[in-house]
Write a protein that binds this ligand. Structure first.
Ligand code: HEM
Length: 157
């Protein structure tokens, strides 16, 4: 039961977090372009960004907690075995290591975007551009994480 709940929470958190990034990029950002006043645009983006940030980090924490539970519960791989030669000698292990590397990258990059460049973007077109690049980069990395999650499901690379 715990494993099923962990997998459910894992998948629903990934859906919310990555779905949110897609929505912001494909729906909110184009809508903001139709707003003539840059101050209004920034106000809307700061409000939506802050609201989404809170739920986004809740999703990230749930993913980081449920991931190891699923890995141990379904595949018997404990955290101490992630980088062991037995894990690394399999196609599954390769998919896992790449997924974990991408997860580490996106956690650092999301933190930088959400708590440094994002807030600084309020009154600066330079930081606005940097925040946009980080935002789009995070979306790309997140989509690759899902590709390697599916590889895990399919037995590895
Ligand atoms: C940013 C973080 C993460 C995202 C977006 C993410 C996304 C996903 C998604 C969408 C699935 C469902 C794929 C499927 O079952 O077909 C999945 C499954 C899985 N994830 Fe993650 N994940 C993340 C972090 C982690 C971490 C940190 C671990 C392990 C330490 C992990 C281990 C797993 C495992 C073992 C599965 C089950 C694969 C299977 O279905 O057999 N994930 N993940």
């Amino acid at each position: 039961m715990v494993i099923k709940l962990a997998l459910f929470l894992h998948i629903i958190s990934a859906i919310f977090w990555i779905g949110g990034m897609l929505f912001l990029t494909l729906v909110v950002a184009p809508f903001l372009k139709t707003m003539p006043d840059p101050k209004d645009r920034s106000k809307v983006y700061q409000f939506v960004g802050k609201k989404y940030r809170r739920f986004g980090w809740a999703a990230i924490i749930i993913l980081l907690v449920t991931g190891p539970i699923i890995l141990y519960g379904i595949y018997g791989i404990s955290p101490g075995m992630y980088f062991s030669s037995s894990t690394l000698s399999t196609g599954f292990g390769h998919a896992l290591i790449i997924k974990l590397a991408l997860v580490a990258l996106i956690v650092i990059s999301s933190f930088t975007h959400d708590f440094f460049f994002g807030p600084k973007a309020r009154n600066s077109s330079k930081y606005n551009l940097i925040a946009k690049i980080f935002g789009r980069g995070n979306l790309l990395v997140a989509l690759f994480i899902v590709i390697f999650a599916v590889m895990l499901r399919a037995g590895g690379l």
